[in-house]
Ligand binder design. Structure first.
Ligand code: ADP
Ligand code: MG
Length: 359
């Protein structure tokens, strides 16, 4: 699978531009702020129907304009596929595949697998647990559609249950039967999601460890641990044990929406005890593991976006990446860099067809 061509209109700072891509390596070089990352984000958009960087969809429309449009033409198993995503102010986002509009965007997720490595990945370490849950959910959703549906349902039921708890408190009332309707749904959905997260992490963690060892050349040991209240007792028991607390808090304090991942180095949290280099290596290992996992599960080689990655790596690691590219582990790659010369020198070593776009 690869992206042959992309056309952008009014996407962030880009007025109107079309790029024809190489099947293997494509680089965008230019000064800070010219829009290199924005182009990667547009490619991300076509896979995930949203921005990796700015979750407020309207803010991805160029300032002062009324709409944006991203049009990509892919080669998928020797067929051409046209994906168009557009957003007009005051209207709903539209996603079309070969001119046919999707009614559910979630059906599109996973069709064009993609992994991005970017400096903002640091959020995974520094942010709260929600960012890490989104990471796991994103990886699983790319190859399991039912998972994403259950998750959407689960979040809906949580909101409904929370609204009911608020209603009980406001009206000084309680209706166990009414609550049970939501609890039963939550238990069913949540237990399923928990089982999928658990089995995913059992497969994912060894891949991650191996990637980290390769990057760090076995210098230190790291851990990736799945934390869930459901490790200790069933969801049913959790809800029962916490009912009084939930009534006071007026929200649901237990469930898979409280899951987290703990990122450790030598048994301590990497957030506090990892050096900057170790944190970067941890994040790159996470993303490369994601890449391999998706590739194995879906049998499609994902597109890889490397945003300013050379900037973060010493020469040793840059050549490691090039080594990987040469081993055909990767398919199509998009790279951004501020140094045209550095990029060209690195890419030349790869002996693969490449194209450099100077912005
Ligand atoms: N909605 C928007 N309208 C116009 N410009 C935008 C919008 N969103 C972001 N930008 C601009 O895009 C530029 C950043 O582009 P970016 O791709 O991050 O640059 P870089 O080449 O450094 O990766 C900034 O100047 C920012 O102001
Ligand atoms: Mg950038």
């Amino acid at each position: 699978m690869y992206l042959q061509k992309i056309s952008l209109v009014n996407f962030k700072n880009i007025i109107s531009q079309t790029f024809d891509f190489q099947e293997k390596i494509n680089c965008f070089v230019g000064d800070n702020g010219v829009g290199k990352t924005n182009i990667l984000d547009a490619i991300y958009y076509l896979s995930f129907t949203k921005s990796y960087f700015n979750p407020v969809a309207l803010q991805n429309i160029r300032h002062g304009e009324e709409f944006f449009m991203i049009e990509g033409s892919y080669i998928l198993e020797n067929r051409e596929e046209k994906i168009v995503c557009s957003l007009k102010k005051g209207q709903k986002k539209v996603l079309k595949r070969n001119d046919k509009a999707y009614s559910k965007f979630s059906e599109h997720i996973g069709q064009l697998p993609l992994v991005i490595i970017s400096p903002t990945d640091r959020d995974l370490i520094v942010d709260g647990s929600e960012t890490r849950r989104k990471f796991i959910d994103g990886v699983i959703s790319q190859q399991d559609k039912e998972y994403l549906q259950s998750l959407i349902q689960y979040n809906k039921v949580i909101s409904q249950r929370n609204a009911l708890l608020k209603y009980f408190a406001a009206n000084r009332t309680f209706d166990a039967l009414n609550l049970k309707i939501y609890d039963d749904r939550l238990i069913l959905l949540g237990t399923g999601i928990y089982a999928k997260r658990k089995s995913f992490l059992e497969k994912f963690t060894p891949i991650f460890n191996k990637k980290y060892q390769t990057i760090s050349e076995d210098k230190e040991s790291v851990d990736l641990v799945y934390k869930s209240q459901l490790h200790i007792m069933s969801f049913e028991e959790l809800l029962k044990n916490n009912l009084e607390k939930d009534k006071i808090l007026q929200y649901t304090s237990v469930g898979i929406h409280k899951d987290d991942l703990s990122f450790d180095i030598g048994e301590y949290p990497i957030k506090k005890f990892g050096s900057q280099g170790q944190q970067k290596s941890y994040l790159i290992a996470l993303k490369l593991a994601q890449f391999q996992f998706i590739k194995e599960q879906s049998n499609v080689v994902p597109i890889l976006l490397l945003d300013d990655v050379f900037d973060k790596l010493d020469e040793h690691r840059v050549s490691k990446i090039i080594e990987l590219v040469n081993k055909d582990e990767f398919g199509q790659i998009f790279i951004t860099d501020t140094h045209a010369e550095r990029t060209e020198n690195v890419i030349k070593q790869s002996n693969k067809p490449y194209q450099i776009f100077k912005l």
